[in-house]
Design a protein around this ligand. Structure first.
Ligand SMILES: Cc1cc2nc3c(=O)[nH]c(=O)nc-3n(C[C@H](O)[C@H](O)[C@H](O)COP(=O)(O)O)c2cc1C
Length: 705
């Protein structure tokens, strides 16, 4: 059999995991003597598929079984591209897929599955079974063995530089990290006395590191929720020396060049918003505003929708979208880019010894190399402060490339061993322990105190992009050109570390409305195109809306739109006979309407009065009188016969809320359809029926983790 001459690694990633794994694979493929290239799936036009190559695709799933944003163009091409181009690219090609997902979602690894299916239809064949890694239980449980099989299989189908492969194997079996180079071998600058102090055991660490902020009133000190904290783990099981670490990850290739331009912009000037970094363009189409071309909005009004008894406060803000010319549709979604708080950014820059005020020149070390892209593109050059505040995810999921880079700058030997071990397959269990603590970048630096002097280019390469947070629009005022979004102010105690965690975007927006002249503060946002989670076009179609907590927000916009349609159809204030039956099942905690969490209660009552909402079922989880129907899934069972009849009559079912709630609702729907809908084929028949509903667009979910 003739061997393929090269590997084309392609990835699609929403939050950086697939990207990071692909870069890691790319580095290792080169070190193992393969000819390998790396590209994001949406850059498929730059990939020469006609080469005698094999394809390795690493792709995650986002939303509700959706493609990552940097994969949609590729998928469209594979569905709608010219058949002869697709056949030329894929027929007879050997490929494999590593799919990343989370079993807490119903459409587990959907993107990877769909890509595999499509490539098989186009005549490609797999050379290694698809890996499906579960972020719910730990990606590494599947990724590590899958990768190890990949390295076993590739030499049988792809040509390799034998000399390099030999060198690689020799280094690997010599037990020292095969990737140890440069600094690690010449690292004599670590003080001899540096002893394993930094990585301590659990008891020694707890609460030790929090920087403190002053509470002026009480003259007491309270740990700031932004203060970094050490992650506790046991160092007794670590390899004895760096040379004992087997198979540590490769040092990611350095690909960015960063220099100071000589221009200074103080954080205080840059702190209002990021818009000084972009030329102000007016877009003709609102969807020209994207995460890379943000619209500068303002908050024109706000109110809290919850009372004192609510465990979480829900804030509604009104966004001024006049100049965007966006005709917001019910179910519309807005992405908001919240900056990282200064309480995190400034101490972090200090810890890293980086002067945040210097404007930087950022480019490629080797223009033309395919290793990486610029981390973000702005019209005007940015400072390190601006990069940290607006563009970098400072709470990234734990990833090996960052740990590997940190290992290079650890001067304490135990810390270096720990970091190397964490990047190796043997360190999987330690990796899992640390991952459970979901440490921020600052927490990692607090844990590994001796890591000093990481250059800015390494940080820009190792951290991923700060992601926008998406919010469903609840009410639209076309005349004023505004729309409202409502959300929980996210604040909770970390289940593993006990640390207080503040949600980035909700707390940012609350801080905006608490600022003087908040109406003048720019809020960076963009509309989400192609909203699928929208009411049916036919206003006579029945709807079943199922929501928990703030999941009700898109449904408020559905009802508003239906009320407007009824009025337009001559229905006046009462919508009898014009609209399809609409049932809303809304779960919340407390009975108390005024003081509790009955969000949008007044609006929903008004829709009941106007018969836009035909049935409003409120489910209370903390009501002592109510014992059997605590959650929306219980209400589905209780009203099962009616719900099934409505679905049989053509109702559209919508679910909005957390991932567990969506899973439980799904189970209840299967149960009641099995009991009341007389579907043939038993359990399997019901599952097929529900699947078909989803395919027809009559069972839609908007869920969050
Ligand atoms: C908002 C959100 C939605 C998700 N939706 C799904 C899904 O529908 N199906 C699935 O299998 N995994 C889903 N996941 C899990 C991701 O695929 C998983 O966390 C993966 O590691 C992310 O990789 P990435 O960082 O490369 O995007 C979702 C994750 C998030 C944060």
């Amino acid at each position: 059999m003739t061997l393929a001459s090269c590997i084309k690694l392609l990835y699609g990633s929403q939050t950086g995991n697939a990207e990071s794994i692909s870069k890691h694979l790319y580095e290792e493929a080169l070190a193992r003597g393969f000819d390998c290239s790396l590209a994001v799936l949406d850059d498929y036009e730059k990939v020469s598929f006609t080469d005698n190559c094999v394809l390795v695709i690493v792709v995650s799933t986002t939303g509700d079984g959706d493609f990552p944003d940097n994969t949609t163009k590729f998928f469209r091409w594979t569905r709608r591209g010219k058949k002869e181009d697709l056949v030329a690219a894929f027929a007879g090609k050997q490929f494999t897929v590593l799919a990343l997902g989370d079993t807490n979602y119903t459409n587990f690894c959907q993107t990877g599955k769909r890509i595999e299916r499509r490539l098989l239809e186009l005549g490609a064949t797999t050379f290694l079974p698809k890996g499906m890694a579960d972020d719910g239980t730990g990606l590494e449980q599947v990724v590590d063995p899958w990768v190890s099989n990949l390295w076993k299989t590739l030499p049988t189908i792809v040509a390799q530089d034998i000399e390099k492969a030999k060198q690689f194997d020799e280094k690997a079996t010599a037990s020292a990290s095969p990737f140890k180079k440069a600094k690690s071998e010449t690292s004599t600058d670590a003080p001899e006395t540096s002893k394993p102090a930094a990585v301590a055991t659990a008891s020694a660490v707890a609460g030790a590191s929090a920087t403190e902020v002053k509470n002026d009133d009480a003259m007491e000190t309270t740990p700031s929720p932004y203060a970094p904290s050490k992650v506790a783990f046991d160092v007794s099981t670590l390899p004895k020396t760096a040379a004992d670490v087997i198979g540590a990850a490769m040092i990611p290739t350095e690909y960015l060049s960063v220099s100071e331009s000589g221009v200074v912009r103080e954080p205080a000037i840059a702190k209002k918003s990021l818009f000084h970094l972009f030329e102000q363009k007016t877009a003709n189409d609102p969807f020209e505003y994207t995460a890379n071309n943000l619209f500068s909005s303002r908050i024109s009004a706000h109110r809290y929708l919850t009372g004192k008894k609510a465990l979480k406060q829900v804030l509604e803000v009104t966004l001024d979208l006049k100049d965007m010319n966006w005709s917001v549709q019910p179910g519309g979604v807005v992405g908001i880019l919240a900056p990282n708080p200064d309480e995190v950014v400034l101490p972090l820059l200090k810890r890293l010894d980086i002067d945040g005020s210097k404007v930087l020149n950022v480019g490629f070390l080797n223009p033309g190399s395919s290793v990486g892209a610029l981390p973000f593109v702005t019209d005007a050059p940015y400072t390190a402060y601006e990069a940290f505040r607006y563009f970098l995810d400072l709470n990234p999921p734990l990833r090996k490339p960052l740990l590997r880079v940190m290992a290079e700058y650890a001067t304490d030997e135990t810390e270096r061993i720990s970091l190397l071990h964490l990047t190796s397959t043997a360190g999987a269990s330690l990796f899992k322990t640390i991952k459970q603590a979901t440490p921020s970048f600052a927490d990692l630096l607090e844990t590994f105190q001796s890591v000093r002097g990481i250059p800015v280019n390494r940080i820009l390469e190792s951290l991923t992009r700060l992601q926008p947070r998406f919010y469903s629009i609840s009410q639209i005022d076309e005349t004023a050109g505004t729309a409202t979004v409502a959300f929980n102010i996210v604040e909770y105690t970390h289940s593993v570390t006990g640390k207080s965690i503040l949600g980035l975007c909700s707390n940012y927006l609350e801080n905006v409305i608490k600022s003087p002249n908040y109406e003048t503060i720019p809020v960076a946002l963009f509309p989400k195109p192609n909203v699928v989670f929208a009411p049916p076009k036919e206003i006579a179609a029945p709807m079943i809306l199922i929501a928990a907590g703030t999941g009700v927000t898109p449904f408020v916009s559905f009802l508003q739109s239906r009320a407007n349609s009824a009025r337009a159809e001559g229905g006046g204030d009462i919508a009898d006979g014009i609209l399809g039956e609409t049932t809303l099942i809304h779960g919340r905690r407390f009975k108390d309407a005024a003081e509790g969490d009955r969000i949008y209660g007044a609006e929903l009552d008004a829709y009941v009065q106007r018969r836009v909402l035909t049935s409003f079922i409120e489910v209370l989880s903390r009501d002592e009188e109510n014992t059997s129907v605590k959650y929306v899934q219980d209400a589905i069972v209780l009203h099962g016969a009616r719900i099934c009849k409505s679905i049989r009559d053509g109702a559209y079912v919508y679910v909005c809320g957390g991932v567990e709630m969506a899973r439980d609702v799904h189970a209840s729907l299967l149960k009641v359809l099995g009991e009341h809908a007389r579907i043939e084929g038993g359990e399997a028949g019901v599952k097929t029926y529900v699947k078909a509903l989803a395919t027809e667009g009559r069972y839609l979910k908007e869920i969050w983790s």
